[in-house]
Design a protein around this ligand. Structure first.
Ligand code: ATP
Ligand code: MG
Length: 246
């Protein structure tokens, strides 16, 4: 049974003449890791925003056909309820910092505070996350003083803190060095162990080959390939559609 289902979804941003997502059908199962690849402007971020219900509710425009989460259309969920189930870390770590907290430690706790987690539980959780994301030495720092890669780790920790069922990571390693990149994928593997469903937009196909169950290749708003990772990443025909081989 699929957790997330898109049925021939087409989407047009307001004022645009042409749709940027075209007849996309996908069926995503619980507990799997999905790698989303494709050229720049292929529509990867737009597709993430469709899955988490932010399109069309926040971006407006015309969305045709259906996106289902747990067998119910996403638009029937309350925005807050859906956000609690589907976590998202943005492609741009700069927009991900709340701006209302003075330290990394408080920043990670911020989302938990908002959903009313008990302070005692929260403290323990924050310490765990600082450790997991190698942020202990930075916990007193102002989030704005961090490097891009450090911000990216804080953003990820803040998403994981809320324990969502689905985690969408939009280019989570773009600012990270190879070592931290590998660590992010190890965290993805750990989240999968916990039964989470993960969608990761990523250009580093070597890591996708190692950690993903399924790869989805988007080209100009269409899903041109979707399949089991090893099969798809050994298929030379993806090179002609903006894909690359490990
Ligand atoms: N808010 C917006 N309003 C109008 N058009 C948009 C908006 N955001 C993106 N687009 C357009 O939608 C298309 C797909 O963009 P999107 O950001 O989804 O692609 P992407 O695959 O994530 O690209 P990248 O690899 O650069 O992150 C592009 O042509 C882009 O210009
Ligand atoms: Mg993008």
């Amino acid at each position: 049974m699929s957790l997330i289902e898109l049925k021939k979804v087409t989407y047009n941003y307001p004022l645009d003449n042409e749709p940027v997502i075209k007849e996309v059908s996908l069926s995503l199962e619980k507990g799997k890791v999905y790698g989303l690849i494709g050229n720049n402007q292929a529509g990867k971020t737009t597709l993430c925003n469709i899955i988490r219900g932010f399109i069309p509710s926040l971006f407006f425009g015309e969305l045709a056909r259906e996106v289902m989460y747990k067998d119910k259309p996403v638009q029937t969920y309350n925005v807050g309820a859906l956000a609690a189930e589907i976590g998202y870390s943005s492609q741009n770590p700069f927009t991900q910092i709340s701006g209302v907290k003075d330290t990394v430690e408080e920043e990670i706790a911020y989302g938990m505070e908002n959903i009313g987690i008990e302070p005692e539980i929260m403290k323990v959780k924050v310490q765990e996350l600082l450790k997991l994301f190698a942020l202990e030495a930075l916990k007193e720092k102002n989030p704005y003083e961090l490097s891009g890669g450090q911000k990216q780790r804080v953003a990820l920790a803040s998403v994981v803190a809320l324990d969502p069922e689905v985690i969408i990571l939009d280019e989570p390693t773009s600012q990270l060095d190879p070592q931290s990149t590998e660590e992010v994928f190890q965290i993805i593997a750990m989240l999968k162990e916990q039964g989470k469903t993960i969608i990761v937009v990523e250009h580093k196909v070597d890591l996708l080959a190692e950690y993903c169950d399924v790869v989805i290749l988007l080209e100009d708003g269409r899903v041109v390939k979707c399949g089991e990772t090893h099969q798809l990443l050994n298929d030379r025909t993806i090179l002609a559609h903006g894909g690359s081989l490990p």
